[in-house]
Design a protein around this ligand. Structure first.
Ligand code: PXP
Length: 235
């Protein structure tokens, strides 16, 4: 399995003071140095962390491929088509949410999303859909021609006691079905140093996108060490 590092919260900290520190480009250099698979950034509609100029600067400077998380809006699609990141991950977005809540509903908007992803794929951008580990969503993702699904591990990560296995089974079944239907599989949200080992028990996951736990640990041990530790747990 590969590691994609989500550096949104470097920008969250920077924006708290409105200056340039900590610099997201420095985070990008550390990702380059540690050979992570992708630098993941979410250009939210409200620009609460990553800003447009971060996307352009990272695309220009980072050797690591950029994975742009984005809502399915025309405004952000235009930016994605201009920047041409290595991949995009389509996510649902609500203004008031603290972080991405729940997966994108593919099954309920197949035609809209089929049209939405077409120009992105025509530019050579890999399209991933962030979905709950649900059979209908996996099937709909395959039907509209996505390249990847990113399975939402939030419910698994928050589960306690017996629920952990229940949520884990959902991820395992969804990952199996996705691969049967020709989709590649990533996973992410809420994964941390304690629970990430579960992902090894699911066959065929290509990449884990992890942000909050890495940046939190980086506050105490530094970003390089925090990434290296996570990398050694998943590779
Ligand atoms: N994958 C997606 C699609 C996300 O929206 C997020 C959160 O931005 C992550 C992965 C990373 O989640 P976390 O910060 O909880 O590791």
């Amino acid at each position: 399995m590969k590691l994609g590092v989500n550096i949104d919260h470097v920008a969250t900290l920077r924006n708290a003071r409105g200056g340039v520190e900590p610099n997201v480009l420095e985070a990008g250099f550390i990702c380059d140095k540690l050979n992570v698979a992708e630098i993941t950034i979410h250009l939210r509609e409200d620009r609460r962390h990553i800003k447009d100029e971060d996307v352009y600067a990272l695309k220009k400077q980072a050797k690591t491929p950029i994975n742009l998380e984005m809502a399915t809006t025309e405004e952000i699609q235009k930016i994605a088509l201009d920047v041409v990141p290595h991949s995009v991950c389509l996510v649902p977005e609500k203004r008031q949410e603290v972080t991405t809540e729940g997966g994108l509903d593919i099954a309920g908007q197949k035609e809209k999303l089929r049209k939405f992803i077409k120009p992105l794929q025509e530019k050579g951008i890999i399209v991933s859909l962030f979905i709950d580990p649900d059979e209908a969503q996996v099937r709909a993702s395959a039907e509209i021609g996505a390249d990847y699904v990113e399975l939402h591990t939030g419910s698994f990560s928050e589960a306690k006691g017996e629920e952990v296995e229940v949520e884990f089974e959902k991820l395992k079944n969804a990952a199996e079905l996705a691969q049967t239907l020709g989709l590649k599989v990533n996973a992410g949200h809420g994964l941390n140093y304690q629970n990430v080992h579960y992902m090894h028990k699911i066959k065929g996951i290509d990449e884990l996108n992890i942000g909050h736990s890495i940046i939190s640990r980086a506050v105490f041990v530094g970003l390089e060490t925090a990434i290296a530790e996570m990398k050694s747990l998943i590779e």
